[in-house]
Ligand binder design. Structure first.
Ligand code: FFO
Ligand code: GTP
Ligand code: MG
Length: 444
């Protein structure tokens, strides 16, 4: 028996009490096994019809009354026969039902992501859409939900396809000329231009990886600057609650504090840090070392300066952020009159809230550079790696088209095609599938 002819079973709902819990079976014996748990179901149930059924134990004693659904292959999520027992959401009851299904030697417990893996192997989803399923389940902000939903409906698949199809055509044209130089004469016209256009597209898609990461993981933003500048007060204002301690004693914040917020649908983790100063006490020095470390790992740092901060002071603090982009603001703006000539820096007051909405908009602008977070293509690290290899092969092809033979150009284009195939799933190894689907939860 091959692994895919095994019938698999798993709970499709989280192992917690809820209104409804689902046991899902997929494979050739799904109906037979399902009917043994729900003996009232006809031998040939109507597919996609919700039957009210009694679920029973091995002695025929009722365990629950629930819904029974049968999806006949290939019209199911996995493309195989699928049966769902939709029971009351008791974790203990569901484990009893699962254990009964697993008593059958033709059934084994599904590996993480195995239902979706079978859907992929049976051609129901391409790889980008299968991965969007995992992204959707893991999404913890509205932008992440919307971007994953777009991926599930094929947004990324379409962009990869728009690259893969003309690349395959170009490859075929060149191979044609190489095999039948007389008949295919001219089919390799403008190779350099065609390669250059496709490389541009591959790089454009690759450039969305950073934004994809931001949507998936959320943005990380840290407030930093000299002691007593009003960082914690501003932090509390930005997160909308009094999370951080505030005091007029400089050095109040010793340990970085974090809070999660959702701005324009984007998940943002905001950090309040220990204020920096030149001659710190010992404990504070530890906090300061941690601030520097934190600053190096965030997507954006906001330097909060006290009123009257000079440009040279600002310069000195800016160096603390290393390579991280910095947005500098003048804090406590309520205590100083607005400068007569337009100050280059945003003025905010954590105390009164002045300038805080505008600051939030500035931060989103810097993190996003415009556009809506939910409209981003969810290019993952895995996709980016393959796209990088595809772009490199296309760059070599471009060079070869000027200095080398058509054979060499075609070889490089072939490599680019292989790399792209890893994104869509037209070229995949078992090991790659293992790596992808291991990240899924059980029952998905
Ligand atoms: N109860 C339940 N809810 C669920 C799922 C499930 O498996 N069970 N899903 C699981 O993740 C998602 C829904 N995804 C699904 C995708 C395709 C098909 C399906 O039957 N497709 C067939 C028929 C399409 C049609 O006739 O319109 C097909 O693609 O051929 C079912 C569920 C979310 N909700
Ligand atoms: N007038 C005014 N006072 C503020 C403002 N923000 C903070 N303060 C006051 O300034 C003092 C320091 O505020 P914190 O928010 O604790 O400053 P901090 O930068 O976190 O300080 P450390 O954690 O010590 O580095 C407190 O007495 C606050 O009430 C503001 O916008 N306007
Ligand atoms: Mg503080």
């Amino acid at each position: 028996m091959t692994s895919s002819s095994f019938t698999i079973a798993a709970l499709a709902t989280a192992p917690a009490a809820g209104a409804v819990g689902i046991l899902r079976l997929s494979g050739p014996e799904a109906l037979d096994v399902g009917r043994r748990l729900a003996p009232g179901i006809p031998e040939q149930p109507t597919p996609r019809h919700a039957y009210l059924a009694t679920f029973v134990d091995a002695e025929g004693r009722p365990l629950d009354e629930g819904l029974f659904l049968y999806f006949r292959a290939p019209r199911s999520f996995t493309g195989e026969d699928v049966v769902e027992l939709q029971a009351h959401g008791s974790p203990r009851l569901l484990r009893l039902l699962l254990a009964r299904a697993l008593e059958d030697p033709r059934v084994r417990h599904a590996a993480p992501g195995e239902f979706t893996r079978r859907a992929f192997l049976n051609g129901r989803l391409d790889l980008t859409r299968a991965e969007a399923v995992a992204d959707l389940v893991a999404a913890d902000s509205e932008a992440a939900v919307r971007a994953a939903a777009a991926g599930l409906s094929g947004a990324l698949a379409a962009r990869v396809q728009a690259l893969e199809a003309p690349l395959r055509e170009l490859h075929a044209d060149m191979e044609g000329v190489l095999s039948f130089p007389d008949e295919a004469e001219g089919a390799d016209a403008e190779v350099a231009e065609r390669v250059a256009t496709l490389r541009g597209q591959a790089e454009a898609l690759l450039s969305e990886a950073g934004r994809g990461r931001l949507v998936r993981r959320g943005a990380r933003v840290a407030l930093f600057g000299p002691v007593n500048a009003g960082k914690s007060t501003l932090f509390n204002r930005l997160v909308g609650e009094s999370r951080a301690l505030v005091d007029d004693e400089p050095g109040t914040t010793r340990d970085a504090l974090e809070a999660r917020a959702e701005w324009d649908g984007l998940s943002v983790t905001l950090f309040d840090t220990a204020g920096l100063r030149e001659t710190p006490g010992r404990i504070e020095a530890l906090g300061i070392a941690r601030t520097r470390e934190l600053l190096s790992g965030v997507d954006l740092a906001v330097l909060v300066l006290p009123p009257g901060g000079t440009p040279s002071e600002a310069e000195a603090w800016l160096r603390e952020a290393g390579g991280t982009p910095v947005l500098t603001v003048d804090g406590k703006c309520d205590v100083v009159a607005a400068p007569t000539e337009g100050s280059p820096r945003r003025r905010v007051s954590g105390l009164t809230g002045e300038g805080v909405d505008a600051l939030r908009a500035d931060m989103l602008g810097l993190l996003w550079g415009g556009g809506t977070p939910s409209a981003v293509a969810l290019v993952s690290e895995r996709h980016a790696d393959a796209l990088r290899r595809a772009s490199e092969a296309l760059r070599s092809a471009e060079q070869a088209s000027r200095v080398s033979t058509l054979e060499v150009v075609s070889g490089e284009v072939g490599l680019a095609l292989e790399a792209l195939g890893e994104v869509s799933g037209t070229v995949v190894s078992e090991a790659l599938l293992d790596a992808i689907f291991q990240r899924f939860c059980i029952g998905k």
